[in-house]
Design a protein around this ligand. Structure first.
Ligand SMILES: NC(=O)c1ccc[n+]([C@@H]2O[C@H](COP(=O)([O-])OP(=O)(O)OC[C@H]3O[C@@H](n4cnc5c(N)ncnc54)[C@H](O)[C@@H]3O)[C@@H](O)[C@H]2O)c1
Length: 261
């Protein structure tokens, strides 16, 4: 089997949903390591701005991850521009927050379309668009591990991302392509900027995180770069949780407030 390539000088990387947030941080990290990066998104203005800010090694490509035709066009463009990818980061996503009873079928389907169908199409294309020795990283969520009230549609999509990632890891292993997920906890980005997150108590949430802080986009980009590179060459089909310790378990409650058990 070929040695893993990946997050190194001269490698070729596609990041979906890279016009801002975690995707933009990943794109910047790969460019800093000498890779050629395709910054893709549905937000053409934001995506172009990210690519322009990263210099000549970054190129913007429009890609709605839920569209099979747009994946075909994007992969053809990348191949014509220099061949297969070393790394594919399936990061694009959106969130919706409501009880199941209050979630419209349209919103449920929108979550599945962007987060789950988008990841399915990334993994389907990985079979031909990624080189042997390459690495695919999907972006699930802590909410794809822990069921969370009001995140039914989002959680269903993100549990599904982890399932698809493992299946793809099994199927692509013989081609030497590794496939893993990152599962971020609460990361400070615009994804929770919509009205349905308006009553979300961020400060209260942070108090439940063992490390007592939200994550940064750089925290997630570090994990993605690790999974892309040769330092993770024997890791496939797994989840890398980036959550400040929240999924590790719970502290035992005590009568003394503010003190750790
Ligand atoms: N921020 C968090 O707390 C957090 C936690 C866990 C997982 N995640 C996951 O991380 C990923 C990135 O989220 P973020 O926090 O950076 O959010 P963000 O909203 O800042 O960025 C998401 C990007 O995806 C793009 N996008 C949306 N729909 C798309 C589509 N159909 N095709 C292509 N691009 C599309 C948006 O335009 C945007 O640029 C998502 O998959 C999200 O579910 C985020």
């Amino acid at each position: 089997m070929d040695a893993p390539t990946a997050a190194s000088h001269g490698s070729r990387v596609l990041v979906t949903g890279a016009a801002r947030g975690i995707g933009a941080a990943c794109a910047a990290r790969f460019v800093a390591r000498g890779a050629t990066v395709y910054v893709s998104d549905v937000d053409d203005e934001g995506g172009r701005a990210v690519a322009d800010s990263l210099g000549p090694s970054a190129h913007y490509l429009h890609l709605d991850v839920a569209s099979e035709a747009e994946w075909d066009a994007c992969v053809q463009t990348i191949e014509a521009d220099g061949g297969r990818l070393d790394v594919l980061v399936a990061n694009a996503g959106a969130a919706h927050r409501a009880d199941i009873a209050d979630t419209s079928l349209a919103d449920f389907r929108r979550m599945l379309d962007i987060n789950l169908v988008g990841t399915f199409l990334a993994l389907k294309n990985a079979n031909t668009a990624v080189k042997s020795g390459g690495s695919v990283i999907t972006v699930s969520s802590l909410r794809g591990i822990l069921a969370t009230a009001k995140l039914g549609a989002y959680g269903a999509s993100k549990f599904g991302v982890r399932a698809l990632t493992r299946v793809a890891a099994l199927e692509l292993a013989e081609r030497g392509i590794r496939v893993n997920s990152v599962c971020p906890g609460s990361i400070d980005t615009d994804i929770t900027g919509s009205e349905d997150f308006a009553d979300h108590d961020v400060a209260g949430y942070v108090r439940t995180i063992p490390m007592q802080r939200r994550g940064t986009t750089a925290d997630v980009a570090d994990a993605v770069v690790f999974l892309a590179g040769s330092e993770s060459s024997y890791i496939t089909g797994t989840d890398l949780v980036v959550d400040g310790g929240l999924a590790a378990g719970a502290r035992t409650p005590t009568h003394t407030s503010g003190q750790k058990a």
